[in-house]
Design a binder for this molecule. Structure first.
Ligand SMILES: Nc1nc2c(ncn2[C@@H]2O[C@H](COP(=O)(O)OP(=O)(O)OP(=O)(O)O)[C@@H](O)[C@H]2O)c(=O)[nH]1
Ligand SMILES: [Zn+2]
Length: 341
């Protein structure tokens, strides 16, 4: 198995993309791309065992199955990636196109490492929003899950939205109040009601949905995309007698140019490489303030970070104590192992 060598040149994307710029001198000297100037742009909507299902021109009606061109080596290609396709892009039965390039990503959502895979892999690329689905009862809501999802969203470049389900069983306010200071958009859903507010959130964009088992995420996906089950089957190969290892699938919203990315099996998020600064940076008003913090400040305040400049912001009346407290609770998620949430 060859590692590095010429392959590294073909891709500036790896598992630690987005924020990581290639260091000086690592940029390829010669551009290798123009040979595929005629590649068809497409979005990856599903991944299954070395085959990528793509929507050419993001057309909700078209699907092309592709393999990864040799020259890309092991460049990760995930749901939401914008790719260039060459070869047979007809999408006919048994046709197979080739992915020859992967565009830089505007956002990434990573899942945690687990027993079967020690790496925190990107599962969704380029989603603009992350809808964090939590039920208000049955199962009861957990701040641990929401906080980790928030950190993953802030650091990965997605805008988080809190979606509270089963409001017919419990009052949303007590739980929602814990997030009131974070300017987090919120939608509430309940049995027997169309999720109209959620429809607005997901229209005309790519939105990833995450949630624990039983919170009602499938119910919502089926309301947003009435033939979701069939679409999932087509994209992942379920129903064609194939085993599926899919951990994300993009579903086209009917009547709107937009996609929801369901993430079955994604139970927690990869936060290992996220620094407290990455999280605070997502809060525009606070990003400048932490420039005054000592090096390596975790922004948790005393006793851990006694010189954190955010405390100074509160003292100066520029930041409310409640907002700082809410931010710090989210930052604590960085220190909490996934299995405790
Ligand atoms: N009372 C109530 N029950 C709901 C609501 N939404 C979903 N449920 C029920 O909650 C259970 C779980 O819903 P699902 O949509 O399957 O949940 P999920 O999050 O997709 O869970 P998995 O399929 O296990 O991943 C089902 O019995 C639903 O009927 C709601 O708004 N109110
Ligand atoms: Zn600080």
């Amino acid at each position: 198995m060859t590692r590095g060598g010429g392959r590294g040149q073909t891709s500036r994307l790896d598992e630690s993309d987005v924020r990581v710029r290639p260091g000086r001198g690592t940029r390829p000297r010669s551009k290798r791309r123009p040979e595929h100037a005629d590649a068809t742009p497409a979005m990856v909507v599903g991944v299954d065992r070395g085959r990528w299902t793509c929507a050419p021109d993001e057309d909700p009606e078209r699907r092309v199955v592709a393999m990864r061109a040799r020259e890309l080596g092991r460049t990760p290609v995930v749901v939401g990636d914008r790719v260039g396709l060459v070869g047979d892009v007809s999408g006919g039965d048994d046709s197979l196109a080739r992915i020859v390039r992967v565009a830089d990503r505007s956002s990434v959502l990573r899942r945690t490492a687990d027993d079967t895979d020690p790496y925190e892999r990107v599962v969704v690329a380029n989603a603009s929003h992350l809808v964090i689905v939590t039920s208000l009862a049955d199962p009861p809501p957990r701040t641990g899950f929401v906080d980790r999802a928030l950190v993953a969203a802030y650091a990965g470049g997605l805008e988080p939205v809190l979606c509270l389900t089963k409001a017919d069983l419990a009052d949303p306010e007590p739980f929602a109040a814990q997030y009131a200071e974070l300017d987090l958009p919120r939608v509430v859903t309940r049995a027997g009601e169309d999720p109209a507010a959620l429809r607005e959130v997901v229209a005309d964009r790519v939105t990833a949905l995450v949630g624990h088992s039983g919170v009602g995420k499938s119910t919502l996906v089926n309301q947003l995309v009435p033939d979701a089950d069939r679409a999932v089957g087509e994209v992942s190969g379920v129903g064609k007698g194939r085993h599926t290892s899919t951990s994300a699938v993009a579903l086209a919203l009917p009547g709107a140019r937009g996609w929801v990315v369901d993430t079955p099996g994604v139970r927690s998020f990869g936060l290992a490489h996220i620094a407290p600064d990455d999280v605070v940076a997502a809060f525009g008003d606070l990003a400048a303030a932490i420039e005054e913090c000592p090096r390596g400040c975790g922004h948790l305040g005393p006793p851990a970070d006694p010189e954190c400049a955010l405390d100074g912001e509160v003292a100066a009346g520029r930041l409310s104590p409640a907002r700082l407290e809410a931010l710090r609770r989210v930052l604590e998620a960085l220190r909490t192992p996934a299995w405790e949430t």
